[in-house]
Design a protein around this ligand. Structure first.
Ligand code: SF4
Ligand code: SF4
Length: 530
């Protein structure tokens, strides 16, 4: 096994070599469950989510929801690979036995990766998805941007209608696609499983690639926002100075005027010790357990801004006897998808898939503490990229609390605990991307019976920030308008501390109410570990 002790840049691996197979329970069993399904038990069905006939019923979003291959493969490229142009593409693997038994490769070999360009050779073949739309407009009524922006035509236009329009050679992508925040609420709302966000990602990527002026300030600003990891990595060299400089009034005014980054927003503080530095300094994993192993995808924000979330995750998982791996990793790509920077996203995805598939080969499942990161690894990667191992990464990825609820008796552990000490009340917001993974109720369900904890769900509205959407001056007011319902409900709730799994929703919650915001893993640590 390769042990990842990590480094501050996420690109260093060190450790010892010994071989372990995949956790015998993890590959053959169904993964995930819906909110209403029973929890796992100590019997063979650890996750407790298999159907009576043994058919997996994963909580993982359906990939390639139309029945045709989700990834566009140019005819000539497909034929070069030895298959007919329309041959269905099956799950790939990284030299590990696939959960579906579809493995046919032996070693993890980066040279064997066969990524393709989504652009410029052609488009994803989403005709079946487009044809599934029966114009019910459920997606339009669920769209938070359409609600506040009269010029935004809504997801039905951005999805199936635009997809058909751009089949015509002389038809440009409508610029309004850049106003879609990629919240993915329309995916969740569509009764016909039209792959709306896949269509939006493709159209936005194509617009940015082919129509957007690369020297425009808008493109430069969006590129900076999309590549947050790069800025955060630089800022973290001198974290105190960076935190001060970025929140210095004249600097914020200049960024607003020159780049279009709203002066109203407070920049998040940079941690003086990143998560990966902390991980390295403590000597990596404190628990060795080949039977319970997870690879932590911390994402950029937990590394550079809120390492306390990552530390809580490690302590909680080690408390339950897990060996935690922290593989080298880059950005999940979430802000890149939202800004149409698909080439950047694919570059990062290649690194992530390469390292995560190695951890999966070492018997780990992948967990993320950010619901947008888990969404990206589970759904957006395989919907947009064809990278060796990507389906296995998708199938092995979970949100961190979700995974514990599936595999551990969390209710029992919480019932035995003395609670968090002082009585605590929280105003909980479920991020849109959690909602899309069926996780909207998980924090409330986890803590509702815990002595000394009050957890109030503040409703199903969008926070309005949607990653980088609310970080654009021209969108700032709309972002706050979308968030208004959540702010009101937070203020009506008894709890004066907010809770959410998404770091940018946390920013918006804090910005709109002034509340301190916690991650559910932090409360779990306080309750079961402390
Ligand atoms: S992803 Fe969100 S903003 Fe974009 S069209 Fe769908 S609901 Fe609207
Ligand atoms: S919800 Fe689905 S079926 Fe209804 S209009 Fe939107 S894309 Fe079409």
């Amino acid at each position: 096994m390769t042990r990842h002790t990590g480094s501050d840049d996420g690109d260093e691996t060190s450790g010892t070599d010994e071989s372990h197979g995949i956790d015998g329970t993890s590959d053959d069993e169904p993964r995930g469950r819906t909110d209403d399904e029973p929890r796992g038990s100590a019997d063979g069905d650890r996750c407790g989510c298999g159907s009576a006939d043994g058919t997996p019923q994963p909580n993982v979003p359906e990939i390639g929801r139309d029945e045709r291959p989700a990834i566009f493969v140019p005819d000539e490229e497909s034929e070069e690979r030895g298959g007919p142009a329309d041959a269905p593409r099956t799950a790939t693997d990284g030299g590990v036995e696939s959960a579906t038994g579809g493995s046919d490769s032996t070693e993890l070999d980066p040279d064997a990766y066969d990524p393709i360009d989504v652009f410029p050779e052609g488009d994803l073949d989403l005709r079946d998805g487009a044809d599934s739309c029966y114009k019910c407009t459920s997606c339009d009524t669920s769209c938070p941007v359409a609600e506040v922006d009269d010029e935004f035509p809504g997801p039905k236009f951005q999805g199936p209608e635009q997809w058909r329009l751009k089949r015509k050679d002389d038809h440009d992508i409508d610029e309004s696609i850049t106003s879609c925040s990629n919240c993915m609420r329309c995916d969740d709302a569509c009764p016909s499983s039209v792959p709306l966000s896949q269509m939006h990602n493709e159209a936005r990527g194509q617009f940015v690639e082919e129509q957007m002026e690369k020297l425009s300030l808008e493109y430069v600003r969006n590129r900076i926002l999309a590549n947050y990891r790069t800025s955060a990595r630089l800022a973290s060299v001198v974290p105190r100075l960076s935190s001060f400089a970025m929140n210095f009034g004249p600097a914020r005014w200049a960024m607003d005027k020159v780049l279009g980054i709203p002066k109203e927003r407070e920049f998040p503080e940079f941690a003086t010790t990143t998560f990966r530095e902390w991980w390295r300094d403590r000597g990596g994993a404190q628990v060795e357990n080949p039977d319970k192993r997870v690879a932590y995808f911390h994402g950029c924000y937990s590394n550079y801004n809120t390492p306390e979330v990552g530390k809580a995750m490690v302590r909680v998982y080690e408390h339950f006897g897990y060996e935690v791996l922290v593989p080298p990793q880059k950005c999940s790509g979430t802000p890149m998808f939202a800004n149409g920077m698909l080439k950047d996203a694919r570059r990062h995805a290649e690194t992530n898939v390469e390292n995560l598939i190695e951890a999966i080969g070492d018997g780990a499942d992948v967990i993320a503490s950010c619901t947008s990161c888990s969404m990206s690894l589970r759904q957006e990667y395989p919907e947009l990229f064809d990278i060796h191992g990507i389906e296995d990464v998708s199938n092995h990825t979970f949100e961190a609390l979700e995974y514990l609820r599936i595999h551990e008796d969390l209710d029992g552990a919480l019932a035995e605990s003395d609670g968090p000490g002082d009585e605590q009340s929280f105003a909980y917001h479920a991020p849109c991307h959690a909602r899309n993974q069926g996780l909207a109720r998980q924090a409330v369900e986890t803590f509702r019976d815990v002595d000394g904890v009050e957890m109030e769900d503040v409703g199903d509205s969008c926070s309005g920030i949607s990653g980088t959407y609310g970080w654009k001056s021209e969108k700032y007011e709309k972002s706050m308008q979308i968030g208004e319902e959540m702010f009101d409900h937070m203020e009506e709730a008894e709890g004066k501390v907010g809770m959410t799994e998404c770091p940018t929703c946390a920013m918006q919650m804090e910005h709109g109410t002034g509340y301190e915001i916690e991650h559910p893993l932090q409360l779990l640590e306080e309750t079961v570990v402390a």
